[in-house]
Design a protein around this ligand. Structure first.
Ligand SMILES: [Zn+2]
Length: 137
């Protein structure tokens, strides 16, 4: 029955983040978090968590760009030092690698941010299970 899968609640923030980054429901891990590439499902079919309450906004692209820059910087330096690629070939290779990283990191970043917001009880999400018990709910 939806909403009763309490045994599958994550025990920690890293577990919730891992589920979100893998595209699974951060609350139960039993269903997909995304209906499209970046569009989350409105409600988890397994645990009935409402995912319309998230407010990831433009933070996932920011995280994706930040990580891509930090990953690509040493790669660009290594390519410059250890290969004899022409400038156009190097630019094409670096642009392709950056594009793949940017797009590849976008969905895990969004899933992780939604999981973080849910765990922290941000925006419309209820406080996380440990906090909920402390509040006497
Ligand atoms: Zn769920």
């Amino acid at each position: 029955m939806p909403g009763t899968a309490l045994t599958t609640l994550p025990r920690s923030l890293p577990q919730a983040l891992g589920r979100g980054m893998r595209g699974q429901c951060p609350r139960c891990g039993g269903a997909a978090l995304f209906a499209g590439f970046l569009k989350p499902v409105e409600r988890c079919p397994a645990c009935a968590q409402d995912w319309t309450l998230h407010s990831a906004d433009d933070f996932p692209p920011y995280v994706s760009i930040l990580l891509t820059g930090h990953i690509m910087a040493p790669v660009i330096i290594a390519l410059g030092l250890h290969t004899s690629l022409s400038a156009p070939a190097m630019m094409a290779l670096v642009a392709l690698m950056a594009l793949v990283l940017l797009i590849g990191l976008l969905r895990p970043a969004k899933g992780g941010i939604i999981a973080f917001q849910w765990w922290m009880g941000m925006h419309g999400f209820a406080p996380r299970p440990g906090k909920r018990e402390a509040l006497g709910d």
